[in-house]
Design a protein around this ligand. Structure first.
Ligand code: C2G
Length: 750
């Protein structure tokens, strides 16, 4: 039984290959692919034509019409299989998808499979699954994949004795929070049934042609079966700024108008079905949509748009059945009632009142909400403090990095001109007067609302605004090796927590007035990865100024720091400072750490001459237990400023951390312990530079190799001398010990 997989392809060039890969790996092999190209560019067309596949693939080019509805219709017309299945080119199928569905298709017109949204590329998705040992077994029994939390309890109940149709219909409508969740994706349709009943997509829709289509198809037959297994992966685009999926385009009015139009059509279809519950289920979803979107629209829209929506809504509301209203929440029922009788102003008033009440509830029951409310409504409305500088490094973790050196230079250059507030979560001694506050305390919100100057080295929370007159200096925290933000195709780490990662980054980086670039390379990357178009300070990093002090001062500081840490004077120091692993976490910004260095071996082989100083990344929450290595291994993880640790270190061992760009300022030897290079580079992050080519030291994979390199250090140094010189020129060439001065003069000197 042949399946025609209809792929609609518009401008999602970066996704199509993974989509076709997922077909390539189908267990069930009797299928053809029909790729309907909706006015794609010549290059994309050429690439598609050049793509080798092991299954029959027909390319259809839309000559007239456009949009996903037109593309799917063209696909239906070109298909030859007994079944058809729609697949969007930015999505991918489970390899068992066709097999599962075909095995259950006997005598059915529709086999309804499950879909799930994912932020992952196919490669990253399976890598992640494998890790959690959740991989789908092709032979596994069908299982219930219901996500109970998503089920809407206002929907009509289904009984065991009900027909399969009502079971499936009510189930798919129940599942998903709004009417917009209905979809044709991951559903197998018998082609003959579709053609006989003339089930085609209405091409006038831009966003929601799926809705009338699936209901039309389902209402015409009792031969429907649901496979309760996730077979289809719907990819959310993680870059809605540059490449929004259709579902990410904000076009509220058109969407609302289309939903209402779809509702009117759907009502006609479901009415024909004898079981009322189908209609009640659809009405239940419409009520929800009305409350969440349509009524809220009146609050923000202009009079003309509101009126247009209102007149369409007036056709829909009388059709909503009483049984559905009875199941709705009290507020929804009241809102529906008012909407039947009153105009948009009255409806908007009710919505506003309700939302104010909800905010009030949140504010009085949740401390964090209360602080944000004060920030929004009071602190940001007070007069800006023209002489106030608020400073933070690594989310308030310590007194360190570029902000520290900017603060110190500011105090030296302009004594008494500014007042300072440091965001510090633990007690630390500061060399100049400053008010210390904890992140997210009431005082934090107060000062964030009133300070004229912001000096930060990471991103700030989403709700932080920039007031008129505020000057935002973003120093960032390293030359990027790992791809960042808009340059990351996939965001494997951010996905579970940061669903709106790129969108948030875009909004947050719009607040920055200045950024510091440590070198030309970073300057170019920051422009692209943050889409930053503010003023770039080509100064080098203030945090590296101390690495360019006179030798004498460095020696004095080294002695002082070694004493501070209890490191014996006569021992050389190996600093091990790796980065974190994106896929090894407990929670957001709470990462695990598993030490891969064999400390016993290091002590045995190098203990006479060296000590090891371990420094975990600031995201790591696991603490190191070094009690067994007293006198040999020292923990520098809680030490505030890593620049001072560089000063006392004779050798740096790191991996993919940006620390090596800074350490290189000292021109001391560096080794790269890259035991998981492939995974890190190819799956988790991706690098900006070719590490094999550019790293100024050897990439090593075992502690034995590290020991060996340290034993033969002069040869290693010699071997990498040329590369080191090139590296230094490229990444440290701007650093001359005066970056703090240059930054301060550029931002505060005006
Ligand atoms: N760092 C540290 N200790 C480590 C690792 C890092 O103190 N063991 C500090 C260094 O100042 C380093 C900065 O944190 O430069 C950033 O660390 P990375 O390991 O490079 O990782 P990340 O925080 O992802 O920043 O542009 C830079 C990138 O954003 C990377």
């Amino acid at each position: 039984m042949k399946v025609s997989v209809i792929i609609s392809y518009h401008n999602e060039k970066i996704f199509i290959n993974e989509c076709l890969d997922s077909l390539e790996e189908q267990i069930y092999r009797d299928f053809e692919a029909i790729v309907v190209c909706d006015h794609i560019d010549g290059e994309a067309m050429e690439e598609l034509r050049g793509r080798q596949v092991s299954f029959p693939m027909t390319i259809v080019e839309l000559s007239e019409g456009s949009g996903v509805a037109a593309a799917r219709n063209a696909g239906i017309r070109a298909s030859q299989g007994e079944f058809i299945l729609f697949l969007d080119c930015d999505d991918y199928l489970e390899k068992t998808a066709l097999d599962f569905m075909i095995r259950r298709s006997d005598g059915q017109d529709i086999v309804y499979g499950r879909k799930r949204g994912t932020w992952y590329s196919r490669k990253a998705y399976y890598e992640n699954l494998q890790k959690q040992e959740e991989i789908n077994d092709a032979e596994a029994e069908e299982e219930e994949d219901d996500d109970e939390t998503q089920i809407d309890r206002t929907m009509p109940e289904v009984r065991e004795s009900d027909s399969e149709w009502i079971k499936v219909f009510c189930h798919i409508v129940r599942y998903g929070s709004m009417i917009t969740g209905l979809s044709v994706l991951g559903v197998l349709f018998r082609r003959e049934y579709i053609l006989e009943n003339n089930v085609f997509f209405e091409e006038g829709y831009k966003y929601y042609s799926d809705l009338p289509y699936i209901v039309h198809a389902m209402c015409g037959t009792e031969k429907v079966f649901e496979v309760r297994k996730i077979l289809y992966h719907k990819r959310y685009h993680n870059d809605p700024i540059n490449m929004p999926a259709l579902s990410q385009v904000s076009d509220e009015k058109t969407r609302i108008m289309e939903i209402m139009r779809a509702y009117l059509t759907i009502k006609e279809y479901v009415k024909e079905h004898e079981d009322d519950r189908a209609e009640i289920a659809v009405d239940g979803k419409f009520i929800r949509y009305y409350v969440k979107k349509i009524a809220r629209f009146y609050v923000t829209a202009n009079a003309k748009d509101s009126q247009e929506v209102y007149s369409e809504a007036s056709k829909c509301l009388p059709l909503v059945r009483e049984e559905a209203k009875k199941r709705a929440m009290l507020y929804s029922r009241r809102l529906m009632k008012r909407s039947m009788k009153r105009d948009t102003t009255a409806i908007a008033k009710m919505v506003r009142k309700h939302s104010a009440l909800q905010t009030f509830r949140r504010v009085v029951t949740k401390k964090s909400e209360c602080k944000k409310y004060l920030y929004r409504k009071i602190f940001t409305k007070m007069k800006l403090k023209e002489d106030l500088v608020i400073i933070e490094s690594f989310f308030g973790r310590n007194y360190s990095d570029n902000p520290k050196y900017i603060f110190e230079y500011l105090n030296k250059a302009y004594p008494g001109r500014y007042k300072y507030v440091w965001i510090l979560n633990k007690k630390e001694k500061l060399p100049y007067p400053a008010t210390r506050i904890k992140r997210f305390s009431v005082r934090y919100f107060y000062y964030m609302g009133r300070a004229k100057y912001f000096v930060f080295n990471v991103r700030q929370p989403k709700y932080i605004q920039k007031r008129e007159g505020t000057v935002f200096l973003e120093t960032w925290h390293g030359t990027p090796l790992k791809r960042l933000a808009f340059d990351m195709e996939d965001n494997a780490s951010a996905s579970p927590f940061y669903r709106r990662y790129k969108r948030d980054i875009y909004a947050q980086t719009r607040l920055w007035d200045y950024m510091i670039a440590p070198n030309q390379f970073s300057l170019d990357v920051f422009r692209s990865c943050f889409m930053f178009d503010g003023e770039m300070l080509s100064t080098g990093y203030p945090r590296n100024d101390i690495l360019h002090l006179e030798e004498e001062s460095k020696a004095a500081m080294t002695a002082e720091i070694k004493k501070e840490l209890g490191i014996p004077e006569g021992k050389k120091v190996i600093l091990y400072a790796p980065t974190f692993r994106d896929d090894e976490y407990y929670d957001h910004a709470q990462y695990k750490f598993a030490l891969q260095l064999d400390l016993d071996l290091l002590r045995k082989e190098l203990g006479d001459e060296y000590v090891v100083l371990l420094r975990t990344h600031y995201f790591i929450v696991d603490s190191l237990d070094l009690t067994a290595y007293e006198g040999f291994a020292f923990n520098g993880s809680t030490y505030n400023d890593i620049a001072r640790l560089y000063l006392i270190s004779d050798i740096l061992i790191t991996d993919y951390s940006s620390v090596f760009f800074d350490f290189a300022n000292l021109r001391r030897p560096m080794l790269f312990f890259t035991y998981d290079l492939e995974k890190y580079r190819d799956i988790l992050h991706g690098f900006y530079i070719d590490v094999e080519e550019e790293l100024p030291g050897p990439m090593l994979f075992t502690t034995e190799e590290i020991v060996d390199s340290i034993r033969n250090l002069p040869e290693v140094v010699d071997k990498y001398k040329e590369k080191y010189d090139v590296f230094y020129e490229k990444y440290c060439g701007w650093e001359d010990g005066n970056a703090s001065k240059k930054v301060v003069e550029a931002v505060f000197g005006k």
